[in-house]
Design a protein around this ligand. Structure first.
Ligand code: CS2
Ligand code: MN
Length: 391
């Protein structure tokens, strides 16, 4: 049993074509009906049509990323019942089309967050980077969130003040767009004043309330998913800590273990993203694969390089802080133990080579992901061969 190699595809508007993904060596894509508004039902016809298009290109589609969870479910507001019904109906429609894994996240308002989308590496390739000082500079001076200063160390506030003053108008605008305009796949797109208003909807939703709302969501949808044979896999917080005063509750091994203990249904699963969990040195990635293995339905394999003072950038897939050989060895053992192939994707990649001259979705240009996929494929083959040779 080897991993099922996939790449994310953003649908017909993606500058990366299905034919490119096939040549990169993936056998499946993971995708979503990005054109359907968050909270609306994905119709069986629309799912089937997208699947037919993918199959015509010689690829499969069994993993959805993502079926978004509406803010009304995360904050548990009035339309909750209706939103839950819609979610269940979409699950039924997806199951009818052969989808077996559905990814979602439970991050308030923002999906993944970075402060630089084209950070130059020594090689000339470009990476995504996160710098807490830039987050603070935006929060304190551009967003001007009331009470924000109390959320940061005084030293970070000083550095943020200095960073902001060194930026011209264009740099400030770029920082604002980078943080809140929505990275690829994000469901929400804000201006700063809208973002500020939305943050207020979380005034009474702290971490423990958000956890409770997550549990209520799973209790409402997992029985349906169990019956349909769908694994609902939660993507961890990226980055894995609270941001802009908003709680984040899927950041550590303890967070997800607690979730599985509270909602033991078989469909309650994990999208194991080594890039997201790996920002925290206290997340033991290979150990998490060993301990949480049976819950893992989907793998995002990439590595981050932690920098001083809480910054990090996305490293090459086999470099950086993630011990990728140990992670893939643990995944290999898990697959043999359980007799199943786990879908994986290289998650993000560097912008490199010819992609430097193209308009690309940040993190989702083709060549960097193709390189990552190739390295990961080789790593798994080597591990399999070693297991046979030294058995
Ligand atoms: C993805 C996330 O690009 C990424 O970092 O891993 O956007 C992921 O698709 C969502 O959080 C899952 O709901
Ligand atoms: Mn991921």
């Amino acid at each position: 049993m080897m991993m099922t190699q996939t790449m994310r595809w953003f649908g017909p508007a993606d500058p990366v074509a299905l034919a490119d993904i096939r040549q990169a060596g993936a056998t499946e894509v993971v995708t979503a009906l990005h054109e359907v508004p968050n909270g609306a039902v994905w119709s069986q016809e629309a799912i089937a049509a997208r699947k037919a298009q993918i199959q015509e290109a010689g690829l499969g589609w069994t993993v959805v990323e993502s079926l978004p969870v509406h803010e009304g479910i995360k904050t548990r507001t009035a339309a909750w019942d209706q939103l839950i019904d819609a979610y269940r109906q979409s699950l039924r429609n997806l199951a009818a089309c052969g989808i077996t894994v559905v990814t979602y996240n439970f991050m308030p308002l923002l999906d993944w967050t970075r402060t630089d989308l084209a950070w130059p590496l020594p090689s000339g390739a470009r990476a995504l980077r996160f710098d807490p000082i830039m987050v603070a500079a935006y929060d304190l001076h551009i967003l001007r969130r009331p009470g924000a200063r109390a959320d940061y160390d005084p030293a970070v506030c000083d550095a943020a003040d200095r960073a902001l003053h060194a930026m011209d108008e264009a740099a400030r605008f770029r920082l604002e767009r980078t943080i809140i305009a929505g990275l690829p796949g994000s469901e929400e797109h804000f201006t700063s004043s809208e973002f500020l208003r939305c943050i207020e909807t979380y005034a009474h939703v702290g971490a423990s309330q958000l956890r409770a709302n997550h549990v209520s969501f799973l209790e409402a949808v997992c029985p349906e998913a169990d019956a349909l044979g769908i694994r609902l896999v939660v993507h961890p917080d990226d980055p894995p800590f609270p941001i802009f005063g908003l709680p984040r509750v899927v950041s550590t091994e303890a967070d997800v273990s607690d979730l599985f203990a509270r909602v033991p249904n078989a469909s309650n699963g994990l999208c194991f993203c080594t890039g997201s969990f790996g920002v925290r040195a206290d997340n033991d990635l290979p150990g998490m694969v060993e301990r949480l293995g049976e819950r893992i339905g989907f793998l995002h394999l990439r590595s981050v390089q932690r920098e001083p003072d809480g910054a990090f950038h996305e490293a090459e897939h086999l470099e950086g802080d993630a011990d990728m050989p140990a992670v893939v060895a643990a995944v290999y053992a898990l697959q043999q133990r359980e007799g199943r192939s786990i879908p994986m994707r290289p998650d993000h990649g560097h912008q490199m080579l010819d992609d430097l001259n193209k308009h690309t979705n940040p993190g989702y240009s083709l060549l960097g992901r193709m390189r990552g996929l190739a390295e990961l494929r080789g790593l798994e083959r080597g591990i399999a061969q070693a297991a046979r040779t030294f058995a």
